[in-house]
Design a protein around this ligand. Structure first.
Ligand SMILES: CC(C)(COP(=O)(O)OP(=O)(O)OC[C@H]1O[C@@H](n2cnc3c(N)ncnc32)[C@H](O)[C@@H]1OP(=O)(O)O)[C@@H](O)C(=O)NCCC(=O)NCCS
Length: 158
């Protein structure tokens, strides 16, 4: 079941990142990237800010949260900053269900959904391509550096 995250979910949402990042990014990035990223993007404050100010959706399996996505505005774009399914639940359609729910949660008329992904994260890039993401025509005014790249899903809405 996919639902909106509430403030009471902060610790369970954090736990998804803490479980998933070290496995997903091992060997793709230096260890400091993982340590720094968990401290910066998965702190209680950061997760709470995402729930309050953006759209955070979670996938529940009984009482457990097994996946999450976090979206927010950047300039006049909607960006999916996070999409994570815990290792034991990947490959069962949860990522796709979260993505579909994220698109459905966007305001009517939203023309595209952007995301950022590590250039070396071939599994995630393959997943995003399979879901229709490709090269963006335009991107937010935010420098991602060399390790990350933008992808875009055309929502075909006007
Ligand atoms: C990437 C991730 C979110 C995908 O979620 P998931 O639940 O594992 O993927 P799903 O089971 O929903 O896959 C849905 C579809 O995508 C396809 N797919 C998944 N990975 C793919 C890949 N690497 N290449 C091509 N297709 C892929 C599946 O075949 C499936 O298609 P089907 O429904 O026709 O069988 C998840 O694996 C994950 O959290 N990975 C680790 C963290 C990460 O890298 N997150 C992204 C950060 S930017």
């Amino acid at each position: 079941m996919i639902r909106r995250a509430e403030l009471g979910d902060v610790d369970a949402v954090r736990a998804i990142g803490l479980q998933t990042w070290p496995v997903a990014y091992a060997g793709l990035v230096p260890d400091e990237f993982i340590t720094d990223g968990l401290a910066q993007w998965w702190s209680r404050e950061a997760v709470e800010r995402g729930i309050r100010n953006g759209v955070t959706l979670v996938a529940a399996d009984g009482d457990d949260l097994v996946g999450m996505t976090g979206l927010g505005r950047q300039d006049d774009f909607w960006v999916m900053w996070k999409l994570y399914v815990v290792p034991g639940h990947q490959g069962k359609g949860i990522g796709k269900a979260l993505l579909d729910a994220a698109v459905a949660a966007l305001p009517d008329g939203t023309p595209e959904l952007l995301l950022d992904v590590l250039v070396t994260n071939e599994k995630a890039i393959g997943f995003y391509r399979s879901q229709g993401f490709g090269e963006p025509r335009r991107v937010p005014d935010r420098d991602l550096g060399e390790d990350l790249m933008w992808m875009s899903l055309d929502l075909h809405r006007t």
